[in-house]
Design a protein around this ligand. Structure first.
Ligand code: PXP
Length: 245
């Protein structure tokens, strides 16, 4: 069964609406771990719209499972990632105007910058993941660069109309198989919720699912513990072959 990594960015989004100390995303992360989350993920964006530098430092002190930091390739953010003590760094594209991370990283276009950054992260013992669309050329370049993981972008699947959802799922399955054949480890995430997660949890070779927005939203109604537990239950259903498209 894939591990559930809980992305806490949007707890910080609510906090930043008032720029005060609460709700504290670190406290929320501790509750998510207690409920069974197997990793905590956050994205320190250049514009600091949600997670702040101090959150990353505090998370490093309290996270007992695995800390996954999402980072762009901007030199400032890479320097922070290198010093963060994160167990895993997921390199993502970042565009100031976007509401959330929109597409996968263009590994082919960014290969020179990646070839410079990846070894520096790996020298620190950090596992490196590249957030990519499930396209063969992207996966092949990720393997050339010797990334540890690719995180397959599930946004197109999650947002797809029911008529094309099956096709999007096929792309993810083919991507996972191809990545594994290239020696890459496979993660997935973006836009997943209770309704669509089971089919993704059934992807071949999948190790980690990164889920944030749906869990934070659901926790407003049922609390953090119940939100994490019901997501884990849906992942279990999918991983054991009961997922539906
Ligand atoms: N994976 C990556 C690389 C992301 O950038 C995000 C969004 O921050 C997620 C997963 C989680 O997406 P969502 O919040 O839609 O669950």
């Amino acid at each position: 069964m894939p591990r559930l990594h809980v992305n806490i960015d949007h707890v910080a989004t609510v906090r930043q609406a008032r720029r005060g100390p609460r709700p504290d995303p670190v406290e929320w992360a501790i509750l998510a771990e207690r409920a069974g989350a197997q990793g905590i993920t956050c994205h320190l964006r250049k514009d600091r719209r949600h997670i702040l530098d101090a959150d990353v430092a505090q998370l490093r002190k309290v996270v007992r499972t695995l800390l996954n930091l999402e980072s762009s390739l901007e030199p400032e953010m890479v320097a922070i990632a290198l010093a963060s003590g994160a167990d895993e760094v997921c390199l993502v594209p970042e565009n100031r105007a976007e509401i959330t991370t929109e597409g996968g990283l263009d590994v082919v276009r960014e290969k020179l910058r990646l070839a410079e950054v990846l070894p520096r992260l790996r020298e620190k013992g950090i596992l490196v993941s590249l957030f990519v669309d499930p396209e063969r050329a992207q996966l092949e370049e990720a393997a050339q660069l010797e990334a540890d993981f690719v995180e397959l972008h599930t946004g197109s699947y999650a947002n797809a109309d029911v008529r094309v959802r099956g096709r999007e799922l096929e792309r993810l399955i083919e991507g996972a198989l191809h990545a594994h054949a290239l020696g890459l480890r496979v993660n997935a995430g973006h836009g997943l919720d209770l309704e669509n997660v089971a089919a993704v949890a059934a992807l071949p070779h999948l190790e980690e699912l990164n889920i944030g927005h749906a869990l934070v939203g659901r926790s407003l109604f049922v609390g953090v513990e119940a939100a994490v537990k019901e997501m884990l239950a849906r992942i279990r259903v999918g991983a054991h072959g009961e997922g539906s498209r």
